[in-house]
Design a protein around this ligand. Structure first.
Ligand code: B1M
Length: 238
């Protein structure tokens, strides 16, 4: 009987703080899969208390967990409501990491507006990019999701950024990035800004084809590319 009781222990009964790091990370992947926000928040805090860097918690526990969710979503094992819960759990962890990732004390090295394009409501990747850019010392204006071209133009006018960033996660929405770039061209403002694009279905060829300055594979690449291009722009502007 005692043995059965042990076998039947469910997730609620697991003491996360008693698990060694590797098992805790695995448990967090399961909890992310099950959309358990409180557990993700707790696990994130435990790893930080154990001396993990925010970057490592983000990459190993959260992003990797979300990658697994993505595979089962693709394969029809998970459906939209479940993935929404996973996304919500992920955001719980990101909420803790965000201030830690951005508190580098660096002075602003440039300004970026960023938004997910029209028709697309995916924002986890975009939010990660925003966080990492802020952490690298950029000022970021986040336009949120489902942005028509007008939103980008208004934000450009209002904030005068160095960089215009766009995110798209759907093959059906990625062409909209070209609409934004073409409209900037029509208005004669394209060359005043660095245009960076990203999102899982994109690649370098697509970035080039639509006239972006660069495609960024992930948030780290976005930071690296932004730094490089802003440095070059500032040098060119004297
Ligand atoms: Co959606 N979804 N989804 N989804 N979803 C994908 C994208 C999909 C690949 C799943 C699949 O089939 N395997 C698939 C797209 C297929 C395709 O177009 N070829 C898909 C689909 C089909 C859909 C719906 C149509 C499903 C439906 O309704 N039947 C629907 C569309 C809704 C809409 O947008 N109109 C839909 C809905 C949803 C949810 C709402 C349930 C949820 C989003 C919740 C949210 O974001 N708040 C969701 C999720 C979570 C996913 C998956 C599972 C995970 C996306 C994610 O957050 N990844 C995704 C599968 C997958 O990608 N594996 C999937 C983690 C994130 C850290 O990575 O976003 O790639 P990513 O961002 C990276 C880089 O790409 C890059 O840096 C980030 C960090 O390193 N990056 C940038 C991203 N943006 C950047 C911008 C930059 C630079 C770099 O600017 C400078």
């Amino acid at each position: 009987m005692a043995e059965n009781q042990e076998v039947e222990v469910d997730d609620e009964d697991i003491d996360l703080s008693a698990l060694p790091d590797d098992e805790l990370v695995e448990q967090m992947h399961d909890d992310l899969y099950d959309g358990l926000r409180e557990e993700i928040v707790e696990g994130t805090n435990i790893l930080l208390e154990r001396g993990w860097s925010p970057e490592k918690v983000l990459a190993d526990a959260l992003v990797e967990g979300m990658r697994i969710v993505g595979i089962d979503f693709r394969d029809g094992i998970l459906f939209v409501p479940e993935v929404l819960l996973s996304a919500n759990a992920m955001k719980g962890g990101m909420g803790i990491l965000r201030p830690l990732l951005v508190e580098t004390g660096a002075k602003p090295v440039g300004k970026m507006i960023i938004g997910t394009v029209k028709g697309d409501i995916h924002d986890i990747g975009k939010n990660l990019v925003s966080m990492m850019m802020e952490g690298a010392g950029f000022e970021v204006v986040d336009l949120g999701i489902n942005n028509p071209v007008e939103n980008y133009l208004e934000a450009i006018e209002e904030h005068r950024p160095d960089i215009v960033g766009m995110s798209a996660l759907l093959t059906t929405t990625m062409p909209y990035m070209k609409v934004v770039i073409d409209t900037m061209k029509e208005q004669g403002i394209r060359d005043n800004y660095i245009v960076l694009v990203g999102g899982a279905p994109l690649n370098e060829e697509f970035g080039e084809a639509i006239g972006a300055d660069a495609y960024c594979r992930d948030a780290a690449m976005a930071v690296e590319t932004a730094r490089k291009l802003v440095d070059a722009k500032q040098a060119a502007d004297g």
